[in-house]
Design a protein around this ligand. Structure first.
Ligand SMILES: [Zn+2]
Length: 303
């Protein structure tokens, strides 16, 4: 039973939009790619556990705080015997731990944060979180490497890691273990849901101005701007994706609100944001249907 579904983070959504509409710096691009890849890996892992039998609560993407330290949990599975704290990684290729414990990509020699250290930090903080709320549960923390072409050389056997080749067996084991949840499990799930923080404090976003961003409706799949209106749909000339005009306009309005929460959503602002691709009448119809019209003196806007 999924109690909290996975969604793209606000940072990923903003970077995705900015990546399509302006030139990001090298660092911003790499941050965007890492987040997008991480999300892709997590979604792939979600598919493995979506059909688990027995009673279990699944909570995705929790950001919790304890004693002013924040920690993130990709997937929490509350089951009878233990609370699984799972961190999925979508690294591809050959890796090793160097003598100082750094996690290194063999080909590029790029040093990544040690995923086991990261997990251990979360486990420690999760323990503090439980104690703070006078709760006690057995936890089972694991790093899950999900990419089928991932290899870790000379990996010690005692690390809390599930490799791609072990993943089906791990899922079977999980699926076959009986689980009946009690009120204590429900209490924990509710506590985790109410303790979740929406935004990671200290997230540094690229600076951007309305004027510098490219206007228009971009493709919902590949973010290309080679999108044309074909009757009642937007059609992408790059990847062939199609989207109903109404849905594309709502998606663009949501993008506008995310990037510019201080700007009013009006027929005119949406028309400009959509780059003149959609007629005034259509925009008016979509706004009237999907949003609430507010009037303040002579001005009206939608929320
Ligand atoms: Zn496309």
């Amino acid at each position: 039973m999924i109690l909290k579904h996975r969604e793209k983070s606000k940072e990923l959504l903003i970077l995705e939009s900015l990546h399509a509409r302006m030139e990001l710096t090298k660092n911003e691009k790499s941050r965007f790619r890492n987040l997008a890849r991480g999300f892709e890996g997590e979604q792939k892992f979600d598919r493995f556990i979506e059909d688990l039998s027995e009673e279990r609560y699944v909570l995705n993407d929790l950001l919790l705080e304890v004693n002013q330290s924040y920690f993130q949990l990709d997937t929490v599975i509350i089951s009878q015997e233990a609370v699984y704290l799972l961190d999925s990684k979508y690294y591809e290729g050959d890796f090793y731990f160097d003598s100082s414990g750094k996690f290194v990509a063999k080909k590029s020699n790029f040093h990544y944060k040690n995923p086991v250290d990261q997990l251990n930090r979360s486990v420690t903080l999760f323990g503090q979180f439980l104690r703070q709320h006078q709760l006690s549960f057995i936890t089972e923390p694991l790093v899950i490497f999900i990419h089928p072409e991932f290899t870790l050389y000379q990996a010690p056997m005692d690390l809390p890691i599930i490799f791609p080749t072990q993943l089906p067996r791990f899922i079977r084991m999980l699926d076959e273990s009986p689980s009946t949840l009690a009120s204590s499990h429900k209490k924990l799930a509710q506590l985790l849901l109410t303790s979740h923080c929406e935004d990671y404090p200290g997230t540094v976003l690229p600076t951007y101005e309305y004027e510098q961003l490219r206007k228009g409706v971009c493709c919902l799949v590949c973010q290309s701007f080679r999108v044309v209106v074909q009757g009642k749909v937007f059609g992408c000339q790059d990847c062939g994706a199609r989207e109903k005009i109404q849905e594309g306009v709502v998606r663009s309005v949501e993008e506008f609100r995310l990037l510019f929460p201080e700007r009013a959503v009006t027929r005119g602002s949406v028309e400009e944001w959509c780059g003149g691709m959609v007629s005034r009448d259509t925009i008016k119809r979509v706004l009237a249907k999907q949003y609430q019209l507010m009037k303040k003196s002579q001005n009206s806007y939608y929320v």
